[in-house]
Design a protein around this ligand. Sequence first.
Ligand code: URA
Length: 206
Amino acid sequence: MSDPSELDLAGLSLSRIASLAEGCTACELYEDATQVVFGDGPQSASLMLLGEQPGDQEDRAGEPFVGPAGDLLDAALIEAGVDRGEVYITNAVKHFRFEEKGKRRLHKKPTHRHVSACRPWLEAELAKVGPEVIVTLGASAAQSILGRSVRVMSDHGASVEWEQYLVVPTIHPSFVLRSSGDRARRDELFAMLVADLKRATELTSG
Ligand code: URA
């Protein structure tokens, strides 16, 4: 059991940090989640994608963005010419927060307290990976690092300096999925996500 705010993570390897995160008890979300979903991707990545929290399938698989939102993200990355294998993908909150509706587990937005409790893990990932550019997917991810004044629909695609990184906010892949009933809107949102990912990768030096 561990609370990252009480650990000195600086001298540890990324894989050691990931295994310590498996025992995280910094907030109550570990009680109902299957497992922690730590970031995934090469430590040498110059581009980091930051989501909100794992979903149902990610919680079961133990990997970020492997469910429907992950499939859409993969399609957008391909369209943007970005190799997912070269990107580090993580979430602001590393346990799945949900409510049960019958047999289904429905996503529940994490609170500020959950984001703060998880923050040392994200900071450790940032310190180890040292990306040049961070793409935040959706409002929760953007606000977790840039603060509550960020508005994804007006700020998407901008490059914002934050600490030593450039942050490019964009929409969450789930937002595109939720608009699937309206073909034109879905295509517009998908194109927006692709353009922002493309812009972010162009901001990296290689
Ligand atoms: N949504 C997220 O924000 N992250 C995931 O890993 C999956 C879905």
